[in-house]
Ligand binder design. Structure first.
Ligand SMILES: Cc1cc2nc3c(=O)[nH]c(=O)nc-3n(C[C@H](O)[C@H](O)[C@H](O)COP(=O)(O)OP(=O)(O)OC[C@H]3O[C@@H](n4cnc5c(N)ncnc54)[C@H](O)[C@@H]3O)c2cc1C
Length: 437
């Protein structure tokens, strides 16, 4: 590594969030170093992200951030301004079917979409059946576990249909997207170092001074950013800032399963990406003729909090496989369910209200982009900008805790108030308290 003493900012974690922050800080003129304990960018939880890009969040702020971020993916090459030798990640714009349920959130979604001018269509039950012929349009709410004797019993109510969001899809390769950010940041002057684990946050007086790596090296910088994903709480503890935060982060174990894409759905324009609170799952098409099935965290599923992000069960469990795949089969009756389980297991970095923390900390110069709660891949490019503005303002002496920084979205022209993501907020009671954010 060249002159390490010349650093302005060290970003801990080169996942999609850390790489985006590194890019934007470097563009602002910071001499940045991104360090990651893994061998390459995007190898942490980002690598297993479903990378769904959608706008329906439970709060206006969440919806506005997702809408702004969507435009970054739509203009990915221009946003990066740099061609990666591996090619660029792509937003596959499938549109998203948001199956309605008795869960009350739909009115809010529509209100926020109206307020922000985001297009949507409302489909009643018969329209949903006509648009997505491989879906069964029976109402089941509330979602249940397969071991529940009432599993699969229709609620007897008329199906309330769906909302269709045309401005939604998924990024085809989340790891490549992170590599794209790395390359763009490097082109702007950033450095990345891999297989480099931060073992200590160095401080001097009330201010951060740099980090120590596990191999014993010390690095100086006036700014250190925690973008450590599911390890965020570990890094916050190293910095000694965890006890002064009203909102905390914890790793949460999650499974996503793969089944063959339903034969009747092949070639259909709608239904390749869906969120379904009526049965408690989300799904999206996956390369190789697969359908990926995740959970929208219905109340009947217990949450699997993990004490140590380096030590959790990485095998798909039979019980959760059945819960997610059988629920999906209620909506897609001809879903082929293989005998052998197949899927991935990874961690969310969840907060109490499933809304992230994008903030400074109680230690001057130490910042956090953490608690992404299973729903912030899509927002990473804009989070990079938010964090760079926040850091620049605070480093110039702005009191963000008293007067939260606001950042104008370059595409929508809307101001995004970072006070919403404060570590000292009251829990956002309007949240879905689920992966929906
Ligand atoms: C199964 C799953 C599905 C998801 N689906 C979606 C989705 O469809 N849409 C969406 O928007 N979001 C989704 N998410 C959430 C999204 O993927 C995450 O919010 C996002 O990837 C988090 O990025 P990150 O950079 O914060 O974390 P990570 O990608 O985990 O990166 C953190 C990095 O920090 C490094 N690190 C940790 N500690 C240290 C240390 N001490 N020293 C050096 N390096 C360290 C790690 O090695 C890691 O590479 C999903 C998440 C999961 C797990």
């Amino acid at each position: 590594m060249s002159n390490e003493s010349q650093l302005d900012a060290i970003v801990i974690g080169a996942g999609i969030i850390g790489a985006a922050i590194t890019l934007e800080l470097t563009r602002k003129g910071y001499r940045t170093l991104s360090v990651d304990k893994l061998p390459a960018a995007g190898y942490g939880s980002t690598s297993n992200s479903c990378a769904i890009v959608r706008t329906h969040y439970s709060t206006l702020d969440g919806t506005a951030l997702a809408w702004e971020s969507y435009h970054h993916w739509m203009n990915w090459g221009d946003y990066l301004g740099f061609r990666d030798e591996r090619g660029l990640a792509r937003l596959i714009q499938t549109g998203m079917v948001v199956v309605r349920s008795e869960a009350a959130m739909y009115r809010q979604h529509l209100l926020f979409h109206d307020e922000l001018g985001i297009e949507y269509l409302e489909w009643d039950g018969p329209t949903l059946r006509a648009k997505v012929p491989f879906y069964d349009v029976t109402a089941y709410y509330p979602p249940r576990r397969p071991e529940d004797a009432s599993f699969g019993t229709p609620s007897g109510k008329e199906h309330p249909g769906a909302i269709f969001l045309p401005h939604a899809g998924y990024v085809n390769d989340p790891q490549l997207a992170t590599h794209n950010l790395q390359r763009a940041a490097e082109a702007a002057g950033a450095r990345f170092e891999f297989n480099a684990e931060v073992s200590e946050i160095r401080r001097h007086g009330g201010r951060v001074r740099g980090v120590r790596l596990k191999d014993g090296r010390t690095l100086d910088a006036q700014v250190v950013v925690n973008a450590a994903g599911p390890h965020s709480a570990v890094v916050n503890r190293l910095a000694g800032v965890d006890s002064e935060m009203r909102v905390g982060t914890r790793p949460l174990r999650k499974e996503v399963h793969y089944v063959p894409f339903p034969a009747r759905g092949r070639g259909e324009p709608y239904g390749r990406l869906a969120s379904d609170q009526d049965v408690g799952v989300y799904c999206r098409e996956e390369a190789g003729g697969l359908l990926l099935v995740g959970s929208v965290d219905p109340k009947c599923d217990s949450l699997q909090w993990v004490a140590d992000p380096d030590d959790f069960d990485r095998e798909v469990t039979e019980a959760q496989w059945k819960a997610q795949v059988y629920r999906m089969a209620l909506r897609i009756p001809d879903l082929e369910i293989p005998n052998r389980t197949k899927g991935i297991v990874d961690l969310y970095d969840a907060t109490e209200d499933w809304i992230p923390i994008y903030d400074r900390s109680g230690l001057d110069g130490f910042y956090m982009a953490v608690g992404t709660s299973g729903n912030q891949f899509k927002n990473a490019p804009m989070v990079g900008r938010l964090m760079a503005e926040l850091i620049a303002a605070c480093e110039l002496g702005h009191n963000h805790d008293l007067e939260p920084v606001s950042v104008r979205g370059p595409f929508t022209g809307r101001d995004l108030n970072l006070g919403f993501y404060s570590r000292n907020r009251e829990i956002h009671k309007d949240s879905s308290f689920s992966v929906l954010g």
